[in-house]
Design a protein around this ligand. Structure first.
Ligand SMILES: [Zn+2]
Length: 273
């Protein structure tokens, strides 16, 4: 009987040691990674402002993201406020005329190629009023307008006057946005990878892997996903990838921090009022 008790005690002790030992190794591994090099990943999620699917899932992600809110829609203001309260960055997701596509995809307040300079300025100013806490602007669609020097010049003037930077979603490979931004003393900021051009969780995870590899090669990466019909899948792909990417040294960062760091840029010197 005594022998049996002794064996049982040894067995329990053995299991305890294995469990504790394992935990010790994990903590050490995590510490090593934290002191190692970090690669920054800014995740922008487009198309907020209309109560689309995935809105809450995205807001509740355990890392900082950038919430791109379309102006003049039923939940524009509420989404911007919610994102700000949750510690995310807010940017204005400005609808802009594409080369092709239905007008119904664009929403209200679209910047069109036929608009006069004063009209572009007016719609930009109104959008800035409609989306509180914005630190920047990016384009919703806009394959036509982002290739137009006159229009982008007005858009970027308004951005500059309000201390906002512009992130080119890169819906047009002949975009003039970066070139004009630099001429005006604004940083050139581009999307590198779309996360959800195919609407499956596995594709989102694959794209995040590409984004992480890009960040490791180039120190940082900017990537764009969406809320919408398949927004819950994009959110799930992100949620399932975050821990693994963090273990590899990827740090999820806000777009404002990234832009200021990478471009040595601060909005203060640019404000004209
Ligand atoms: Zn969009």
């Amino acid at each position: 009987m005594a022998m049996y008790k002794l064996l049982r005690m040894m067995l329990i002790l053995g299991i305890l040691l294995i469990v504790l030992g394992d935990a010790g190794v994990q903590v050490a591994a995590a510490d090593d990674l934290n002191t190692g090099e970090q690669y920054k990943l800014a995740v922008i999620i487009d198309d907020f402002g209309n109560g689309q699917k995935g809105t809450d899932d995205m807001m509740q992600l355990p890392v900082r993201i950038t919430v791109a809110v379309m102006p003049f829609l039923p939940t524009s203001r509420a989404d911007a406020e919610k994102a700000h309260a949750a510690g995310h960055d807010v940017i204005i997701h400005m609808p802009m005329e594409p080369k092709q596509g239905r007008a119904s995809w664009l929403g209200p307040g679209v910047i069109k190629s036929t608009m006069k300079d004063a009209e572009i300025r007016e719609v930009m100013e109104k959008a800035i009023q409609d989306v509180p806490y914005a630190v920047g602007v990016n384009n919703h669609m806009g394959s036509k307008v982002t290739g137009d020097e006159r229009i982008m010049s007005v858009v970027l003037d308004v951005c500059r006057e309000h201390g906002l930077f512009f992130i080119d979603s890169k819906t047009n490979y002949h975009s003039v946005t970066g070139k004009i931004a630099v001429q005006k003393g604004l940083p050139e900021v581009n999307n590198h990878i779309f996360l959800d051009d195919v609407h499956t969780v596995s594709h989102v995870k694959k794209q995040l892997r590409l984004a992480a590899d890009y960040a490791k090669k180039n120190k940082y990466c900017i990537t764009i996903g969406h809320v919408g019909v398949f927004g819950e899948r994009t959110a799930a792909g992100l949620k399932e990838s975050i821990e693994e990417l963090q273990r590899e040294g990827i740090r999820f960062t806000s777009i404002s921090e990234l832009v200021m760091e990478q471009n040595n840029w601060s909005p203060d010197g640019l404000l004209v009022h």
